[in-house]
Design a protein around this ligand. Sequence first.
Ligand SMILES: [Zn+2]
Length: 462
Amino acid sequence: MQLRFLGAAHEVTGSCFLLETGWAKVLIDCGLIQGRPADEARNREPLPFDVGDIDAVVLTHAHIDHSGRIPLLIKSGYAKHIYTQRATRDLCRIMLKDSGHLQEKDAEWENRKRERKGLRKVEALYTVADAQAAMRYFRAMEYGIEQRIAPGVWLRLHDAGHILGSAIAELRVQDDHGERVLVFSGDLGHSGAPILRDPALVRRADLVVMESTYGDRCHRSWASTWDELRGVLREAREARGNILIPSFAVGRTQLLLYVLKQHYEDWGLEGWRMFVDSPMAIEATEVYAWHWRLYDQEAAQARSENGDPFSPPGLHLSRTPNQSMAINKIRSGALIIAGSGMCNGGRIKHHLKHNLWRNDCHVIIVGFQAQGTLGRALVDGARHVRLWGETIRVGAKIHTVGGLSAHADQGELLRWYEGFDGRPPVALVHGEEDAMRILGEALQERGVKVSRPRRGEVLKIP
Ligand SMILES: [Zn+2]
């Protein structure tokens, strides 16, 4: 048997691995490549395998860099099952639809340019309808229960604690040469994070395919992150303006709502009108509320004592464009959570236009900001930014609160690995060069055999 590394190999996005045995072929993740235009262009290349040969697909979690090419897979003729945790299926219904919408808009924009040049039009990578059609192939699983998914292949999912429904995939694989256990970490969560449980430990593996996103980093403690947020909110209250928090719709927004409710009195939030201004975030919050059985002990207790943990007092959900525009009239006391998380699209841009130039406003950056995004420019201290061709002065105070990561840091990755019996070999994926190298060295110091496969490389499993 062998494992083919088709994505997230020496890079962070496009997660995709193909397990090939004498009896079956199973694809693990089928993510979209995200980043620079040259990288994203690879999404349009033909899928690097014969779709008709695949017996089953396993999906670790709903993030688009793991799930985003599934509609393309279905469009290309795959008609068997996609196995995933139940909450991941429910989040995919929202996220793949949104991705289809973005693909349609991208194609529309590209075609307007092409028309002017007299070039042939391009088709969207996939559409909203393709994304909706793909949902029929999803098969929902619970954590901990093993299921046969292909000839000689059994799958068990474990909680990865990264976003709701995220899973570590344990594959028990048999062929003519015997039985092996392969464990795919997916993305591992940050221990102690609100709402979610810590990543589950797995004991048996003959090979561990492990993420390394923050393999070179150590997160600050949760307690100091909460102190920092409390300080920023106090400063904003004294300034009497508005607060803008650009946020990803899935995961980060729910975490913010949860801590704003938990610390409502302690952080002096009385008097703020809070807005979630994103239909997608509102839908994702409903999925988080529905799957309360997946919460950690603290969140489960908070829910049983105080009801819905994502509804701090004074919360308004803004679904329609009119509701969103009405927020622009508020000069003081509004706390606005809106997408996109990196400020390069979505409703947050309108709020920035109305608030960024004002000295009494505050912007709190709570997520990673990629090079070249508006969010990154703000973090880097830009004095002016461009919005729809207009120059806007940055008068608001910009705060970066870095401790809210959804990924395990180096210490947590190593502790998770130490949960295995013996010292199974590790293939590192899903990381940039430095992070992978540094985590690899830390594992090697512990006597572990580490590989860092390149895209297209095949690893034989003895
Ligand atoms: Zn992820």
